[in-house]
Each structure stands twice: as C-alpha cells, then as structure tokens.
Write a protein that binds this ligand. Sequence first.
Ligand SMILES: Cc1cc2nc3c(=O)[nH]c(=O)nc-3n(C[C@H](O)[C@H](O)[C@H](O)COP(=O)(O)OP(=O)(O)OC[C@H]3O[C@@H](n4cnc5c(N)ncnc54)[C@H](O)[C@@H]3O)c2cc1C
Length: 660
Amino acid sequence: MNRHNSATLEWDSESPKSVHFNDFYFSTDDGLAETDYVFLKSNKLRERFSSLKHNTFTLAETGFGTGLNFLTTWLLWKSSSTNSSSLHFISAEKYPLSKNDLTRALSAWPQLKHEAGQLLTQYPELNSGFHQLRFDGGRVVLTLMFGDVVDCYRQLNVKVDAWFLDGFSPAKNPGMWTPELFQLMAYHSKSNTTFATFSCARVVRDGLTQAGFIINKKPGFGLKREMLSGTFSGTPMQTNNKEKTPSWFSLPPKHTSDKTALIIGAGVAGCSTARSLAQRGWKVTLVDRHSAIATEGSGNRQGALYAKLPVEPIPASRFHLSGFLYSSNFLKQNLADRPDIWSPCGLLQLASSEKERLKHRKLADSGNYPDSIVRFVEQDKASELAGITVNNSGLFFPEAGWATPPLLCKWLTEHPNITIKTSTHIAKLEHKENNWTAFTKENQTLSASIVVVASAADSTLLEQLKQLPVQKIRGQVSLTQSNIQAPPLNTVLCSQGYISPSKEGRFCFGATFDLKDEATDIRESGHQHNLTKIAEMAPELANTLQQYHTDNSLTGRVGFRCASPDKLPMIGAVPVYEAFVEDYAQLRHDAKKAIDTPPKHYPGLYANLAHGSKGLISGPISGEIIAAMLENEPLPIEKELIDILNPARFIIKNLIRRTI
Ligand SMILES: Cc1cc2nc3c(=O)[nH]c(=O)nc-3n(C[C@H](O)[C@H](O)[C@H](O)COP(=O)(O)OP(=O)(O)OC[C@H]3O[C@@H](n4cnc5c(N)ncnc54)[C@H](O)[C@@H]3O)c2cc1C
C-alpha cells in the first residue's frame, strides 16, 4: 500500500469536474435520478433486495467517484431489504477524491446527508489498496479499492451479484474499458449476475459479449440515446489472471455447517477473532488456560500502536500499514470514549543515527506515504510535539499512539455471542463427522464446527500444528507503580526502545528482546537495558526514571512474542503437512512448476498466530481475515497480501529450497 494520486477537481458552481478526464462526475440537476434509472432499476435491485432472506448481496462497481452510486444503493437497501441480510458494495477508484472535495461534492445531495456523513467520517487515507468500511452495525460493508481497476479486481476473492459499470466514458477514459476488465467481470460473475452501464459504446458491447454477458440495449437516461444492461451467461472462468495464482494458496471453501467456533487462546488474536465471528452471528467459545484472559503476550499495561515503514513499500509493510489503519479506524469508531483503552496521542519514531535520520528524510520525501500518516520532523519540532526534549529528529505518526491490550481484549469479548472459558487448557484436537472435539487437560471436552488456534507459540503443541515454524522471544518491560514527577510526555517515543505517555501517572517502557531464553524472572539487567534505550531518545526523562528506580525500584513484566521466520503472522487454514509435501514435491526440482492439485487443509481448522512485536496492528485485522474466509466475504486486504500470511508458505519455501 502506498500513497495514491488523488483526483484534481474543477468546480462549475457545485458540479465537480475531473481535470484528468475533462468530464463531470454528476449533474446536480438529475444525478440521483440517473443513478436510479441506469444502475438500480436496470439491475432490479429493489426486487432483489426485498427477496433476500439470510444471505449477502454483493455489488461491484468500477469508478467510485463521489460515492453517489454507493449512497443511493445504501438508501434503497435500507428501505427494501430484510433485517437478516447484508450488503457488500465493492468499488475501485484510480483517482480518489480528497476528503475535502468529497465533502463539497456530496453537499449537493441533502437527501443523502445522513449516509454521506457516515461515509465521510470513515473515509480512509488515500493509500493504494483495500479499505473496508462498515455501516449499520456491519450489515452494510463498503470495500473501497484504491488503484487501477484491473489490478484491484485481480486481488478480489468473491463472486458478484450485480455490476455497476460506471466511471468516465470509453471516449474519455479508454484505459478502463479493456478486455481484461470484462474478463475479470466474467471471472467474478455467476449464472444470474447482472450488470448495467450508461455506455453503449462498441468497445463495451463487444467486450461484454466476448466475456460471456448477454447484453440488452435500452433507452438511455435523459438526452442519452441508449444504455446497456444484461446478465452473465457464460461459464464462470477458472482463472482471474493470465498467470494462474499458485494452487497451494487457494482459499478453503466457504464454511457451510453450523456457525459454532472454538477459539483457543484469549490474547489480542483470539479475542479479535471472537469479536469478528460473533458480529457475524457465530456462537463462539473462547478458551484460555489461565484464570483470566490476556495474561501472556497481550498482558502489557501499554503497547505502541504503529507500523514501522520502509522507504519503498513491500508486501509485508503494506500488510502492516493496512493493519495499522484498520486498528486505528476500528478504535476510533468503537472506542472514542475509552481513554483507558487507547490513546491516539501520536508517535515519534526517533532516529538513532545519522544514517537513520537520512533514511527518515528519504521516506518522507518519497511520496510513498501521505503526510496524514507519517511526516519528517526536525529535533526541535519533535521536542515540541513530545512536550520534552528529545535527542534527534524523527518520523511523526499523528494517528498512532498506545493501547492497553488486556482492556482491549476485555472489550472485544463483551458480546452476547461469546462465551469465555478460563482455566481451560486444550491438549488435543480431533475431527469427526464435520465436528471438532477439543480435549482439555482438566478432562473436559468441547466441540464446535470450526476451531481457530490463537495460542501463540504453544499452538505447535497441538498435533495438527506441530510443523508450523515459530519462535518464542522473551521481552521485559519496566513499570513505575506510583505517580512520578516527570515532565509531561505527550506522544509515544520509540527507536530501539519505546515509552508511552504515563497512564494514571505510571509509565510503561521497554522492551528487551531475548532470544532462546524462556525464563520469566524480572531482571535488573532488563531494567538497565530499558533505561538506556530511553536515555538514547530523551535523557532528561531517563534521568527521572533512573532516580525513581533508585528511590522506589521499578517493577517489570516478562512476556513472550511469538514470531515466524519471516516475521509475519500466520493467518488462515491449517495445512495438512504430509499432503502438502507429497502433492507439491515437484517444486523441489522445478520451483516454477504449475501444479493444479488443490491444497489440503484440516477442514475448519484455522491458525491465527505469530504476531511478533506487532500484535496491536496485526491482531484486530486478523479476526476480520478469518471471518471473511469463513463467510466467503470480500477479504479486507488484497489476495496477494493474504498469500504472504498463509500458514502453508513455509512448507512451499522449504520444498523449493529442498530443505525438506
Ligand atoms: C515485552 C513485549 C512488548 C511488546 N510490545 C508491543 C507493542 O508495543 N506493540 C505491539 O503491537 N505489540 C507488542 N508486543 C507484541 C504483542 O503483545 C503480541 O504480538 C500479541 O500480544 C500477541 O497476541 P496473541 O493473541 O497472538 O498471543 P498471546 O497474547 O500470547 O495469547 C495467547 C493465549 O493463548 C493461551 N494459550 C496457549 N496455549 C493454550 C492452550 N493449549 N489452551 C488454552 N489456552 C492456551 C495463552 O494463555 C495466551 O493467553 C509486545 C510483546 C512483548 C512480549
């Protein structure tokens, strides 16, 4: 994900016009009536919405523009759908409007004021990639994809019920109406999928026909002579790409038996998954071996909520940035009134050397990230933002901050569909007749149709997950327990260590990074390490903390990060190791070999672990990823990012490297 080019607009009275395409987004006279006629009526949406029972209607659009089609569809949905159904609206936009322009454009429609206000509140940063926005308690989901339409639809995983083929006309925007787009539409269509478009241009008629759509011409709106609508009649295509995506990364089929889930491990990963499933109507049993939730990796008093970014985005950093934006949006939407759980106080990532300072500058000048996400600040500005003297320049993340994981976990699990069972240690899992049975060390059994293993490094004690490569990394944080007379710190500071502004007068800072060390004792050497790291960033604050330590003694807490070899989490279906090794054995001899065999997973068994040092940004979105897989909903991030999280990736890498 990187910074995206926004649309440049001209205004003719209150009608927005794209400078790039030299055309208007809508007419303020009859724009709403046109949307209604061309897209809603031609796709027969009122009738289709009102006949839905418990299912989801998926609509996909080319050209989000000002969001007028989305808002009018949402309004129609409200008046004609049943309470138990949901709407997924997917839209791609290469040149998204800035929030200011969008606000001005939508002010032309007082009828849409309520919905437009909600869209504007959640309107994302203009970063390439997927952004998922939820409305009406999650019954209406908008997946906004910023990027080229073909690139975006290649990354999508779902079938569509109806298409809005919008955007500037083929004459103004020939780059969009390509055979690749029509083929992708066919790939994402099923037998009763419909489409509508204002255009009747030959390239559109031919492209749709060749891709397998039956097209009907009908009178166009207003002065326009003709428009097109129709249905998909072809055989759904097997691939969305000229080069097939590797079969081993195919997603498991949609879950069809009853919606009961057992989640093992009540840290940030398990609690987020529980919440995402509970909101979709699943009955969730969340178990943890301790007498309370969030007492291991997720037990710290405060953790930093931010994504460390490279100058040039890579898939891993795009995932981290998506996770950060998801977490901060989620907290803003749901926990704006809970300063005990989190604070968007901003975060300064301070340079620890001249080389790093230059890298920070380069990152800020690269144009890869919007200023609203990260910007470079000189030392004096950094000190002003922090409220105390800091030693160096840095990157400032205005939306970042800190969170208290145990309180976040508690809030996530406060849902009527979630039952928590503490002091429940799962020792073994068995799958029989579409059901999982879990055997506990306390001689109980629990059953559910799916299981999500979110028990960090100890997940591999379960037979089915024993091949997943994870590592435990010890970390000690230092804590002050009483009020401390320190200069007020306004932002989180981080570099080789981190410290958050004091919470209820107490500081939490750290952390050590101890490999091959599973001891849980609090060490003086750990406190000294942590104090040194603060001294490198803010010497005066470190002196105050050192004085506190001399007078009162710091306390501490030891936790274990669970990390994978590539430092990315493992989120997804659990592979059957032996089957993977056998089915993809030819990769040992030819790494590029196309093998059609679909991947074998344990049915209904998912992993959500190895969140490393970043659980606050990868945890919340991980629950949404697993829920979207189970429900066959649009994934919250691009499919290529889902692939880098696939728990089976290490088996494939090891086959290619011939280490297994
Ligand atoms: C010192 C330290 C500092 C950190 N700082 C930050 C930070 O600033 N920002 C950030 O984003 N991240 C930070 N992290 C990382 C973050 O805390 C983790 O990524 C996150 O907590 C992982 O959550 P989890 O749910 O995967 O694992 P955990 O929170 O460890 O949860 C796993 C749970 O599984 C349970 N369990 C295990 N086995 C079983 C079983 N067989 N049956 C039942 N229950 C079981 C455990 O009891 C545990 O509660 C830090 C980590 C440490 C250690």
